[in-house]
Design a protein around this ligand. Structure first.
Ligand code: ADP
Length: 484
């Protein structure tokens, strides 16, 4: 599919360090998960390259932080416009290496670009403070200053947006960045880097390192132990997040972690059931269930349980799974065989413990899992306890509001949660009681650049997006002026 790109130069197959495209004798293949076909080979970089990138970023930092917020905003806006101009090509590259349907990829390009636009603007509103003094002789000020060189390690499920959500606030704040995209989706990251080059960012301000799985571990270690890197932002599994946090302890590095979720989706008796089914479809099947805010477990109250599962199963069965490039396809493949194996394990475990498959439950073709609805699931099943990251909707029954809240909160994760109700009192009670960073009330779609994104409990640290999303890239400095 990539020979159809309007601008073939977006298909970069080298890494970007200090403004130069860097190859390497060792390369690894990027494949299309829908067909298994090799798309390109990119450099398998190692810790030495990570150090080169850190040094480039460190070197450019004084000059970059000295630019005005307005100058940085114009560069970011140029980057934003370039993404919009090349949206079709970016979407094509993404679908090719990630597998999501082309329309979804197109949607992600817009979503990813929106963070650049948002933080270009927010960067100009990094206001400090003046504080009423405690002493006639003194004046008190607070400055907000860029934290320094930042590192970003990103996942494959949103190959562009997970990068821009970190890189845009860092750059807007005046910090240079070293990015290590997921090994499954480096081509989107490199296309983004190509557009950043065209936008005119100075060399070293944005560096993109490609690496295979082994190289990612080595590069991750180097980024963590580096004294020059002052902040690490990671989106990915809780497991890897824990490792990175430990590796960052010796340098007391500031961390932003966006880790796994296990989102509950509750439907109360007073809900608009059709709207709940619609919301469930968005929340569950977007990106074939491979988002950290995907509904992972459904709790439906007795009075609407049968209607909800029947309607959800009918809608799920009507999805069109397939290759994301084919017209009409609205459910793509999973990223790799390991992902399929996990989904299969969860479904088999549930069926073995008494759940009923109302639709799906099986593999359709290579890496393509049928949209699945499981009824009568219980708390001991893997699909309830762990994040499935696939197109499986497990549904359990409950009878009281207190029960629903207890079930929803019985998880070490706390990223997103959803519920449907038309009772305003219940909306406040449940909205306040859910232990998660984001709650969708009567909607299955919650994320946009304007609001804080992030989790509580073991789902992470910090918030991305919104006016808060730039704070992780800034340090507060108190100026206490005496002798007035
Ligand atoms: P996922 O389950 O979504 O693939 P991972 O947490 O395994 O999530 O991967 C997310 C990102 O973290 C990817 O860029 C991957 O290369 C990187 N990664 C995986 N393991 C490590 C590690 N030990 N150290 C640093 N980065 C890692």
């Amino acid at each position: 599919p990539l020979h159809l790109l309007k601008d073939a130069a977006l298909l970069r197959v080298d890494a970007l360090i200090d403004g130069r495209w860097i190859g390497a004798p060792e390369r690894f293949a990027v494949t299309d998960p829908a067909t298994g076909i090799e798309l390109a080979c990119v450099p398998a970089l190692n810790a030495r390259h990570a150090e080169d990138a850190i040094q480039a970023a460190h070197h450019v930092w004084p000059a970059w932080r000295a630019t005005t917020a307005k100058e940085r905003a114009s560069l970011l806006m140029r980057w934003f416009h370039l993404m919009q101009e090349h949206a079709d090509d970016l979407a094509m590259i993404m679908t090719a290496e990630q597998g999501k349907p082309l329309a979804e990829a197109r949607g992600e390009v817009g979503y990813a670009a929106s963070f650049i636009e948002w933080f270009a603007q927010e960067g100009r509103r990094v206001y400090g403070e003046t504080i009423p003094t405690h002493d006639r002789d003194k004046r008190l000020l607070v400055l907000k200053q860029p934290i320094g060189v930042c590192a970003a390690i990103t996942p494959w499920n949103f190959p562009l947006a997970m990068i821009t959500r970190k890189v845009a606030p860092a750059l807007a704040a005046g910090c240079p960045v070293v990015v290590k995209p997921a090994e499954q989706t480096p081509l989107s990251a490199l296309a983004l880097a190509e557009l950043a080059q065209r936008a005119g960012f100075p060399p070293g301000v944005l560096n993109v390192l490609t690496s295979d799985a082994a190289g990612s571990i080595a590069i991750g270690q180097r980024l963590c132990i580096s004294e020059e890197v002052r902040h690490l932002s990671f989106t990915g599994s809780t497991e890897v997040g824990r490792v990175l946090m430990m590796q960052c302890a010796p340098t007391i590095k500031k961390l932003s972690l966006e880790l796994g979720g296990n989102a509950p989706f509750i439907v109360f008796d007073d809900a608009d059931v059709d709207a709940a089914v619609e919301g469930a479809m968005h929340s569950k099947f977007r990106n074939a269930g491979q988002t950290c805010v995907c509904a992972n477990r459904f709790y439906v109250q007795d009075g609407v349980y049968d209607e909800f599962v029947t309607k959800l199963a009918a809608r799920a069965a009507a999805l069109q799974p397939g290759n994301g490039f084919e017209p009409g396809v609205n459910l793509g493949v999973l990223i790799d065989e390991a992902a399929v194996a996990k989904v299969q394990r969860h479904v088999e475990d549930a069926l073995g413990k008494g759940a009923r498959a109302l639709t799906g439950g099986h593999v359709l073709a290579a890496r393509l899992f049928a949209p699945t609805v499981l009824a009568d699931v219980s708390a001991d099943m893997l699909c309830v306890r762990e994040e499935t990251f696939g197109p499986v909707a497990p549904v359990a029954r409950f009878s009281t509001e207190a029960q629903a809240i207890a079930l929803a909160n019985a998880s070490e994760s706390g990223l997103a949660g959803y519920f449907y109700s038309r009772d305003v009192g219940r909306i406040f009670r449940v909205g306040e009681a859910l232990e998660c960073g984001m709650v969708g009330v009567n909607t299955g779609l919650i994320s946009t650049a304007e609001v804080p994104f992030g989790g509580v409990k073991q789902s992470g640290l910090g918030r991305e997006g919104s006016r808060h999303g730039i704070e992780d890239y800034l340090e507060l400095k108190t100026l206490c002026l005496g002798g007035m």
